[in-house]
Design a protein. Structure first.
Length: 241
């Protein structure tokens, strides 16, 4: 994983351990593909009110995609900044695609005390039926040594298909059903304390049968407003870790 310092297994919070103080906690809030940072603002304000240090990086997928590993590097930069400012505990909380990246970071980089997946989205195994032609095109480019070249591929979000311009390598890392984003969607390798938050109106998340570990709560909300609806539950869960 180029450019990333592996921390091995993620930090495991002991069951029954004393709650960690949010005043010594750094939280990275990672926005989704299309919703922007708006849905996360109420949670950010609630965490700050309890003394947490909160960072909300603007992820590169707003203008396309970098590779999955490069995207984890964006998160790592935020984590390093929090640690440099004295945070003793690190939490990643992501919305939709941001939840996928949070899980991927916890599994592949580690050093995270807790992960919150808000309206978890981006399941390459589910959306391959909509993006299959682009996956085949990107694989052909990569096999021909053109993985670093940009092209137009199919993206998918909340039932809509639309074009995105990125490199074949970056596209495959996010959309190949055997790639790192697919592994993250299954929370493969995540050992941190984990909270899954699903909205009753978010059909893909409600119907997801992935073998998730951790705590799962359901709130009365759709995909975009799940983070807003779950503020109190998320803060309460974090304060009990």
């Amino acid at each position: 994983m180029s450019g990333l310092a592996f921390a091995g297994a993620a930090c495991l919070l002991a069951s029954g351990a004393a709650a960690f103080d949010l005043r010594s906690t750094g939280v990275v809030l990672i926005h989704g593909k299309a919703g922007g940072q708006g849905p996360l603002q109420p949670l950010a304000q609630a965490l700050k009110a309890r003394g947490a240090t909160v960072l909300m990086p603007r992820m590169s997928w707003t203008g396309g995609y970098r590779t999955y590993d490069q995207t984890l590097g964006e998160v790592q930069a935020a984590v390093s900044r929090l640690k440099a400012n004295g945070a003793r505990h690190i939490v990643l909380a992501g919305h939709s695609l941001g939840a996928n990246i949070s899980m991927g970071y916890a599994a592949r980089v580690g050093g995270i005390d807790a992960v919150v997946a808000l309206a978890p989205g981006h399941r390459p195994d589910f959306i391959a039926s909509q993006t299959g032609s682009s996956i085949s095109e990107a694989k052909a480019m990569a096999a021909a040594g053109q993985g670093g070249q940009k092209a137009r591929f199919l993206d998918f979000n909340q039932g809509k298909v639309f074009p995105v311009t990125t490199t074949a390598d970056a596209y495959l890392s996010f959309f190949d059903p055997s790639g790192p984003a697919a592994q993250a969607a299954q929370a493969s390798g995540v050992r941190s304390a984990t909270l899954w938050v699903v909205g009753t109106g978010d059909r893909p998340a409600m119907n997801d049968r992935a073998a998730y570990s951790g705590t799962r709560i359901v709130v009365e909300a759709g995909h975009q407003d799940t983070p807003r609806a779950a503020v109190a539950q998320v803060v309460d869960w974090l304060e009990r870790q």
